[in-house]
Each structure stands twice: as structure tokens, then as C-alpha cells.
Design a protein around this ligand. Structure first.
Ligand code: SF4
Length: 310
């Protein structure tokens, strides 16, 4: 990795850590991770009928503040050490879990550390490495094409502008915002499947198109909060507010949620639905940040080891 890129990634990581620290110092409760379902709600929250714009903004920001207390260690769940690794991992994460990507990328990054190396790779050898991530032929094409474009058009560096990133093969707005937010420290909203489901459950928007969701939710928050907001929402979707069986009875933001009751409301049964560190299982990252480990998070097992959660 070139010196400048390393510097940029370090800067972005420092910025994200400072933002978390700032949150924690502004709110004494945020110093320790909030325990899940300390006091489950006695009754279902009422859907916010005719909620005014101001009330919606207040409720949305309160949900984000509560989630920041529950997940003070929220972070991107893909393992990466520089912007090139992050863009590759994000492209590979389509249609699979971050865990599966993290178990696969160490071999890819070791064999092809730079865009130049991957641009000149034998596709069959790359396919063999990427096989566990699914759709491995299409993904091989994307990562080799992406690397060629980086070499030919951007001097072998990952560009730090949205308009350049979305021109790269296999890179849409979602991938671009992940890279901007986490490798360049530029605010971005990541509208993945969890984000879409949760913001609709919370009635922050009823839009279905990811770009429209991004615009609607972005308007509820200051730009500086967009990246951490995305991490909080995605962490909550993966651990508690699942697609099929949300653990409502173990959900710390139940009193603010119009969809309370869509899932299991019995606190004991709901507790059994919790995933990753909230359920006492391994996380998705093989190399999680120290804050996650300090909060009791367990690193993911390498490829081939027994799995904790799906
Ligand atoms: S788990 Fe239930 S109460 Fe919590 S955010 Fe999801 S739907 Fe709402």
C-alpha cells in the first residue's frame, strides 16, 4: 500500500474513534455498553399517528443515541487494513455474510496485495480463492476489472470521491459510501438490507428505493452522524431486529418503535434470539477492534473452524 493511502486510512480510523469517544463523554450513560432488555416494555408502543416532522426528527435521533449506548463499539464488520482491501471486501460481501468474506479475504489479500497484482491475476486462481463467497465467477470478474480500472485510471489508488468510485466496475453507491465513510472519513449512509428493513419498521420513511431511503434518512440527521448511524442501525439489524424474528422483548429501543410486537415479545424467549456478542456468540470479524473485545465481543473463527452464528 502506498504511504498516502495508509495515512488516509489511519486518519479515517482515528476520526471514527474520536466520534465514539465524543459520544461517550457527552453522555455519562454511554460510557458502558447498555445492557440489552434491562427493562422490557410492558405494552406495545403506539404507532406515531400523524407524527409531525419535528417529532419524527426527535424520535429518530433518540433511537440513534440509544443505539450508540447499546453498541458503543459499532464498526464496519469487514476486515481490512487499507482502502483497496476495503473496496474488495465490500464488493465480495454481496449475497453473503461479512463473516464469510472475512474468512476468505486473508488468502486473497496475501496473494494479491496491490491493484497491480490483482489486475494481472489468473482469473481461475482468483475464482478458487473466492469460491466460498458464492457467485465467485462474477465476483472474480468484478475484482479483477476493478483493479484494472484503479491501475489504468487512478494510478493504482482508490479514489476518494463518490463520482469516481461509482464509475468502477461492480461499485454502486452502497459500496462507495462504505469506502468513503470508513477509509476516507467522509460521511455516508450505507443502505443495506438491514438498514432498509429497520428504517421502515421505525417509520423514518416508507420509501423502497435505496437512493430515496438514503436521501430521506440523511435529511433527519446531521451529515457528521451518517457513518456511525449506519453502523448502529446495521449492528441492531444483525443482532436484535432480525428480518424474520425480531427480538422485541429484548430490544432496548422498543418504547420508541412503532413495530414493537412484530417479533417475539416474551423477554426470555426474545433473549434466545440475540446474535453475535449480544447472544454470547463470536462476531463476524477475525480481527475486531479493541473496543469490541473490551465489551466482551469474541472474534470470528477462521475458515474451516466451527461456526458460532449464521
Ligand atoms: S426488535 Fe422489535 S421493538 Fe426492536 S426495533 Fe425491531 S421491531 Fe422494533
Amino acid at each position: 500500500m502506498k504511504k498516502a493511502a495508509r495515512k488516509t486510512v489511519k486518519k479515517a480510523a482515528k476520526k471514527a474513534t474520536t466520534a465514539v469517544k465524543k459520544d461517550a463523554s457527552a453522555d455519562p450513560v454511554a460510557k458502558a455498553p447498555k445492557s440489552v432488555a434491562a427493562k422490557p416494555p410492558k405494552s406495545a408502543a403506539k404507532p406515531p399517528r400523524n407524527e409531525s416532522r419535528t417529532a419524527l426528527v426527535r424520535r429518530a435521533r433518540r433511537i440513534n443515541r440509544e443505539l450508540a449506548e447499546v453498541y458503543p463499539y459499532a464498526h464496519p464488520e469487514l476486515d481490512f487494513e487499507n482502502s483497496f482491501q476495503l473496496i474488495l471486501a465490500t464488493v465480495l460481501s454481496a449475497q453473503t455474510t461479512d463473516l464469510r468474506v472475512n474468512q476468505t479475504t486473508p488468502a486473497l489479500f496475501a496473494k494479491y496485495p496491490t491493484p497491480e497484482d490483482l489486475a494481472a491475476a489468473n482469473p481461475e486462481e482468483v475464482e478458487e480463492i473466492l469460491r466460498p463467497t458464492g457467485f465467485f465467477r462474477a465476483k472474480t470478474k468484478s475484482v479483477i476489472g476493478l483493479s484494472k480500472a484503479l491501475v489504468e485510471e487512478f494510478g493504482g489508488e482508490v479514489p476518494g470521491r463518490l463520482e469516481d468510485l461509482v464509475k468502477l466496475p461492480g461499485v454502486g453507491r452502497k459500496t462507495a459510501f462504505v469506502v468513503l465513510g470508513n477509509a476516507f472519513g467522509r460521511p455516508g449512509i450505507t443502505v443495506d438490507t438491514h438498514f432498509q428493513r429497520l428504517v421502515r419498521r421505525w417509520q423514518w420513511t416508507d420509501e423502497k428505493d435505496p437512493d430515496k431511503i438514503e436521501a430521506a434518512v440523511g435529511a433527519l440527521f446531521p451529515k457528521s452522524e451518517w457513518t456511525m448511524l449506519s453502523h448502529h442501525v446495521i449492528f441492531h439489524g444483525r443482532r436484535i431486529c432480525h428480518a424474520r424474528k425480531p427480538a422485541c422483548g429484548a430490544c432496548p429501543i422498543a418504547p420508541l418503535c412503532p413495530a414493537y410486537g412484530e417479533g417475539e415479545t416474551d423477554p426470555e424467549k426474545a433473549k434466545k434470539l440475540l446474535k453475535y456478542e449480544k447472544g454470547g456468540f463470536p462476531g463476524q470479524r477475525l480481527n475486531p477492534p479493541q473496543a469490541y473485545l473490551d465489551a466482551g465481543g469474541i472474534p470470528a473463527p477462521p475458515l474451516g473452524a466451527p461456526q458460532g452464528t449464521p
